[in-house]
Design a protein around this ligand. Structure first.
Ligand code: NAD
Length: 248
């Protein structure tokens, strides 16, 4: 594991799932981790406690990222803790909705874009003053941005937007020495992908993959920690498929 000691990191949506695993992996590598949560304060406390028990440094930071000023409030809170230097931003918080174009409402569509695109975009904007040469941003894309999987067109469009942001922000921020990448998981066994709770769902997920087992949050966290580290210093503008060889 690469050494992230002395680094500060913010992971959004870190109370559970992939975000939780990423927060633990970054802390294990030595980073001070800000564990963001929306409403699950107790779960965020548990993540902070787990990090501290292992000798790491962590704080929780709460904010609802579906509101227009949620990212601004979160950035303010983050800056009050870490001061002027954020080394790693993992924009992981997200929502999904399996619904066809015939049935989705405007409200649901807007909510998906608010949490999955607007929030990370403005979080980057608000935290940029704390990022400097060597800092890096890791967005969370998805397999669905490159393959038509499930009834997920609106959700998939949000991840397509994330992929576009990776390219544009990497080009814009590269001259400042700031790297921008994304991880693109396939199906991961979390609350979001609750169809994996049934045997049929598990079979569908594994049918898409070269590697025949269901991914766990930890399978993604290692890739996040790698991208965050100096080992990945020459990687920017990339969307790293972390999907067990899905839809090859
Ligand atoms: P999850 O539902 O377990 O976690 C989502 C996290 O986002 C939670 O911590 C939640 O609190 C946070 N969040 C949701 N709405 C929020 C809001 N309004 N304000 C603040 N935080 C909010 O799901 P997960 O699978 O861990 O998802 C993490 C990321 O991975 C998401 O961006 C998701 O789109 C992406 N992803 C997941 C899968 C999968 O199969 N699970 C596949 C590809 C990509």
């Amino acid at each position: 594991m690469s050494n992230l000691s002395g680094k500060t990191a913010l992971v959004t949506g870190a109370s559970r799932g992939i975000g939780r695993a990423a927060a633990l992996a970054l802390a294990k590598a030595g980073a001070q981790v800000l564990v963001h949560y929306s409403s699950a304060q107790k779960e965020a406390d548990a993540v902070v406690e787990e990090i501290r028990q292992s000798g790491g440094r962590a704080e929780k930071v709460g904010a609802d990222l579906s509101t227009p000023n949620g990212p601004h409030q979160l950035a303010k809170h983050v800056r009050s803790i870490i001061g002027d230097r954020l080394d790693i931003l993992v924009a992981n918080a997200g929502i999904s909705k399996a619904v066809s174009i015939e049935e989705i409402s405007v409200e649901d569509f807007d909510q998906l874009f608010a949490v999955n695109v607007r929030a990370p975009y403005f979080l980057v904007q608000q935290l940029l003053p704390t990022m400097c040469s060597g800092s890096n941003i890791i967005f969370t894309s998805s397999l669905v941005a490159r393959a038509a999987v499930g009834n997920l067109s609106a959700y998939a469009a949000t991840k397509g937007a994330v992929d576009t942001l990776v390219k544009h922000l990497a080009a814009f921020l590269g001259p400042r020495g700031i790297r921008v990448n994304a991880v693109a998981p396939g199906v991961v066994e979390t609350d979001m992908s609750n169809f994996t709770k049934t045997e049929e769902g598990r079979n569908v997920a594994m049918g898409m993959q070269a590697l025949k087992r269901l991914a766990q949050p930890d399978d993604i966290a290692g890739a996040v920690a790698f991208l965050a580290s100096d080992e990945a210093r020459w990687i920017t503008g990339d969307i790293l498929q972390v999907d067990g060889g899905s839809k090859l």
